[in-house]
Structure formats: structure tokens, C-alpha cells
Ligand binder design. Structure first.
Ligand code: 5GP
Ligand code: ZN
Length: 112
């Protein structure tokens, strides 16, 4: 997806404040943080959202979820963190490349 914003970040065409990178995944700070620590984790492969995943994506999604607590801790979120995945227009998704928000710092307000 040549024009996708997060594909371009994954390819290094748009700069980001990188938190983590391997051959399949990259994590970087959100440009408009909603908490004192707020970063995004994305697969390098273009997947639109959770609405598009199937069983072939299970290992990658599992890897992302198990990486989340490690990166959160490295970013100083010793006391816990929130993960959010907005999926589709109805879910409030704005960038249509699958991503996990990981945020925290202090005590976040209730979601309700
Ligand atoms: P969504 O609403 O799709 O779940 O979240 C997209 C997130 O991407 C938003 O929190 C927004 O601040 C972040 N974002 C949008 N454009 C950029 C960008 O160019 N760089 C970074 N680092 N984050 C971005
Ligand atoms: Zn993409």
C-alpha cells in the first residue's frame, strides 16, 4: 500500500519516534498523545483492521499482544497500561492500517 501512512512509516519514508522494530512489527510514539506515554504498534504488512483478520494472522497478532507488556514496561509503564484497537469507521478508526494503541502514565480515567 504505497500511500498508506503507517506503511510509509514502516518503510522509513515518514519519520517517527521509534520504540521497537523487528522484521514484522514496528512501534512508535503517537504524534498526538492521549496520555503521558502513548505509542502505537503496527504490523509492517498492510492489514486494514481487525475486521480483515483471519486465522492466518493469529501468530502475528499473538506476537504483538505478547510484545505489548514488554514495550510498556520499557517505556516506564510499570503500574499498568491500556490497549486500544479501533476497528473500522464505527470503531473510530482514522488510520486504516491495523494498530494497537498502548498508553498510560498516572492513572487513566475509566473508559465508561
Ligand atoms: P486511530 O484513530 O486510527 O485508532 O488512531 C490513529 C492514531 O494515529 C491517532 O492516535 C493519531 O494521533 C496517530 N497518528 C496519525 N498520524 C500520525 C503520524 O504521522 N505519526 C504518528 N506517530 N502518529 C500518527
Ligand atoms: Zn498500511
Amino acid at each position: 500500500m504505497s500511500n498508506c501512512l503507517f506503511c510509509r512509516i514502516a518503510r522509513g519514508e515518514i519519520p517517527c519516534r521509534k520504540v521497537y522494530e523487528d522484521d514484522e512489527i514496528i512501534a512508535f510514539h503517537d504524534i498526538n498523545p492521549a496520555a503521558s506515554v502513548h505509542f502505537l504498534m503496527i504490523p509492517k504488512a498492510h492489514i486494514v483492521s481487525l475486521q480483515e483478520v483471519d486465522e492466518t494472522h493469529g501468530a502475528l497478532l499473538g506476537k504483538m499482544l505478547t510484545l505489548a507488556p514488554r514495550l510498556a514496561k520499557e517505556q516506564g509503564l510499570d503500574n499498568g497500561f491500556r490497549t486500544i484497537m479501533n476497528s473500522g469507521v464505527g470503531g473510530g478508526q482514522e488510520v486504516f492500517h491495523l494498530h494497537i494503541h498502548i498508553l498510560g502514565g498516572g492513572r487513566l480515567p475509566s473508559m465508561a
